[in-house]
Every structure is written in C-alpha cells, then in structure tokens.
Design a protein around this ligand. Sequence first.
Ligand SMILES: Cc1ncc(C[n+]2csc(CCOP(=O)(O)OP(=O)(O)O)c2C)c(N)n1
Ligand SMILES: [Mg+2]
Length: 579
Amino acid sequence: MANQVRQTETSGMVKTATVANYIVERLSAEGIHHCFGVAGDYVFPICDAVDSSAKVKWIGCANELNASYAADGYARIRGAAMLVTTYGVGELSALNGVMGAKAERSLVFHIVGMPSYQNQRLGKIAHHTLGDGVFGNFVDLSADAACCRAIINPQNCVVEMERVIAEARRNNQPAYIAVPSDYALSPVMSAEVKPIVSRSNEVALRKAMAIIAERIENAKSVVAFPAFTILRLGLQKQAQKAVEALGCPFVTTLMEKCVIDEGHPQFAGMYAGAVSDPKTRQIVEGADLVLDLGGVNLNDITTAAYSAQLDISRFITVGLDDVRIEAEVISSVRLADVLTELAKLKPSSAPFRGARQELAPVTGSPSDKITMSALYPRYAAFLRATDTVVLETGSTSLGVAPTILPDGVRVEAQVLWGSIGWATPAAFGIALADPGRRTILITGEGSHQLTANDIGAMGRFGANVIVFVLNNGGYLIERALEENPDWTYNDLAPWNYAELPKALGCADWYTSRVTTLGELADAMKAARASKTGAYIEIIGGKMDMPPILAFAHSRLKENVWRRAINSHTPVMSDNALIE
Ligand SMILES: Cc1ncc(C[n+]2csc(CCOP(=O)(O)OP(=O)(O)O)c2C)c(N)n1
Ligand SMILES: [Mg+2]
C-alpha cells in the first residue's frame, strides 16, 4: 500500500497512500519540481517521498540557510518552492532565509519533520530538543516566518494542505508545514475538498476600477510604479500592457529593476529619492497621481536614506489583494485583475516618450586596473536578453542599480531583507528553476564567504551559473558608510576565491582571477562560451566605489545615513540627503 498511487475523486489531484507522499505530490501539482533541503531522521519520510517521486527531485544543499535562499530564488521564477528541513536544528538554521522570503513576498513551502507524535505524547527526552520533553516550542518561531501554518496528521492532511496552499498563494509568502514522523508514514485519509483559488470580488473590482479611471482622467500627470510583486507573480507582460494602455511614464526602484525593459519608450528612469536623475525625480514627485502597481516598498535603501519627497495622498496602491486610495481600502481585488482592466483603458493624451536609455560607453584600455567606473558598463555590455542577473547586497547592487541594462534581462535582488550571502544560493535556485536562461551572479566577496559552499551544489546539479566575485579586500559598503574605513571588523580572511570551484567539486568549470580590463574581457568571453559554470574573481580597489556609494561617502560629515536609519522621521517627508 505504501507507495501505491491512486486518483482521488475529490479534488481531482493525484493522491498517494502516505501523508508524506501526498504532500510531495500535492506540491508538485503547484509547479514545483525540485525540493531544496538537508536531510535528518525526523524528516526521513518526507525525504524518502521526494527521492522516490518521479516529479520532484531532491536538491541537497550544504546547509539549511543555503537551502532556504535557494528555495526563495526558485520560487521567484516558478511561483513556489519546496524547502525541507529537520526539527529544531534544521528549521532554525533556515529561519533567516524563510523570513527573507516572507519580507520579499516569495512563496516557499517550508516542510519540517517533527519527532513522532507518539514520542511527543509521552514527553520523551529526544535529540534536537531542549531535553525537557517539551515539543512544539520551535513551531511558533518557524511559523512566524510564514504567513500560515499547519501541523499535519492523517485526518487533516488533505484539507490543511488546501488551506495553506490557498493562503500562501493569496499572500505570496511562505507556509510552514510541520509533520510528525509517524504521521508522515501513515495512510492519508481522503476528504471532499476542492483547491481554493483567490479571485477578485466582481463588485469590489468594478468599484476600484471606477475610482482609478476617474482619478486618471482628472490627473494632470500620472506616473506608474510597477512593484517587485509583479515579478514574484510573473505579471510582467500584464504590467507592461497596462502601462502602455495608460501611456504614462513608469519608473522603478532597485527592487524592481528591469521589471519592464529599461529600453521601453515610457521608461522614465530609476527612482531613488535624492539620487535619482532630476527629470525622473520631477516626474515622480511632481506627479498628480502615482499609480503603485503591486505595493512598492519605500524603505531607506530604495529612497536613498528617506530622501523621497512623496505625497501619499496622490498614491493609488494596488496591492496583491486590495486597492488603497487615501483612507479607503477596497478588499478582495486581485492585482492581476486590476492590470487586465487597466490595459483596457485609453490614454487621454499622447503617450509619454522618455529619452532613449542607452548603455553606458565601455572605456579604458586593456592594461588598466579594474575600476568601478570601468566595471559596471562592462557588465551591461556583457549581459544578454536571455540572462537573469542575481545581485547581492553590498557595493555591487548599488553599482548595478543605476546602470542601464539590455532589454530582456531579468534582475533579482533581496533589497528589503538584505541578508548578505543570499545571492549565491538564490542564483543556484534560479538557475535550476529556469535552465533556459543563463543565470549571472554578481556578488562581493564578503557576502560570498557566508554561502560559497553551495558552489559545490551548483556543480553537482549542473547549474551553469556565471559567477562574478568582486574581491575588494573586505566590506566596502561598510567602509564607505563609516568615518573610519579601517575598522578591523570590515576586513576578511583573504580567500583564494578563484580556486574555490575546484575545491568544491566543480573541476570542469572555467575559472579566472582578473586584475586588468584586458583580463576581464578575456574572462567574460570564455565564461560566456563555457558549457559548464564559470567563476571570475575580479580584483577591485579597497576604497573604489560606485557613484551612489561615493555620494553617500562624500556626505559622511552630515552623517546622513546614520541619521536616516536612526530617526523616526516619516519616509515621505524627510529630505536628509539634499538638505
Ligand atoms: C546576514 C547579514 N549580515 C551582515 C550584514 C551587514 N552587511 C551589509 S553589506 C555587508 C558587506 C558586504 O561586503 P561585500 O560582499 O564584500 O561587498 P562590497 O561592499 O565589499 O562590494 C555587510 C557585512 C547583512 N546585510 N546581512
Ligand atoms: Mg567586498
């Protein structure tokens, strides 16, 4: 009976005999074909179910934190991901990554194997506990990193899986699913349920659209702000159609870089408060109506230390599940439906045409050392429409942010949560999620040190990522934001980065350590041609920083950054950077 598969007449889903098999099969029906994790005895039944599944492949990671980041990356492309960890030690190691997925709206199903219900009931002293016979004391911690939770048993399995899938989809955030090991092996009990799909309430949608259309009609100037959630939900085409129907300019922050091509004629630039191009700033801050499509996140990073001058009363915010217009909240309205309705509107004036955004010129001669002003235009020239760029927190993301990238390039970054180390495993998950595109990881060496061991997993599972590691002798972004750039806490152990792939089992990868522009050009060519992964260590200057960081550095005397992050000033009115 154990592995027997039968068709259910209830939800129409393929259902297996055990709870563990049912969970794996049900999640594969959500489009998930890889499961990231680290095995452990309490979670063996789930691991076995994955390993014996024809639909889901087990992707063993070096540790649970890496696995959680990889799952986040995968979910950003596929819409959902599966992460499997063991009780206590495993799930707690994954917490940072799952919490990040919650912050950044990435749907990770986090499945945790618990000690058997029998042992829990008897209060036995067991490994991975505090040795007090108490169980369930980690559930709240893990569940706080999710938008919903379920503790599964054979009776509730079918119903609870539908509930958490629907809730996680509604919010596009993680779900926590804990399964005691004996229950995981028990036969699942069937139940009459149908999958729940979140839909807009027709009346609410019509009401929201009537107000939006009227506000657009009466506005002298409109700007659209397609949010990062458009990427998470795979709504890029719908967002582009909506923006084209409106004919208005659109801008992005670093969080949604390239959500619509930067070569699009309506692109009005990257918005980052006081460090925006003045024309972009005027278009956003002077607009009569800001149409926020998906809930842009105006945090200290995206507004350049809260330097935005935005009047929230001019915003219409279309969330994932509601529309906000000043004090009014219209619930049960889905973002996808609003985009479809917006695409039916007609522009009242000629469409906006911004200045054509050209790639920056590539300058310098082959024997020159690699400076940041020479490096970022080279990334832009290197990238192709079929590339997905994964950006790490640090000086590199601030360098790439204002660099215009070719049409078709997709960018993923963890701007709000900003946990360094994220990008390396996230690139791994992204590469597995979409092998049809080339994944390009751009990271600083300090961040890379946190999670570099999953380069090994990339090689093992054939994820042919091109990795650029900027080795600038420490934490440049932190040196730049401190009066004293020489604090020893910004120094690092000097690794031989270019030798890592070989040591980590990627002997067939192309690797190179480059110090001049000529060497970089050769390495980029070889990396692009490689059929395996490629790894390029770029030697940069200890205090050579990209323009946005240099700007913040030059204003250190005013202590802009510290004032901004420690103040209680509202986002919308602080003008710290330009005072
Ligand atoms: C998990 C975590 N720990 C610490 C930090 C603080 N932090 C932000 S950027 C950074 C340094 C990044 O250095 P590196 O990757 O070498 O990039 P660089 O700025 O030098 O180019 C640190 C330590 C963080 N964001 N996340
Ligand atoms: Mg560095």
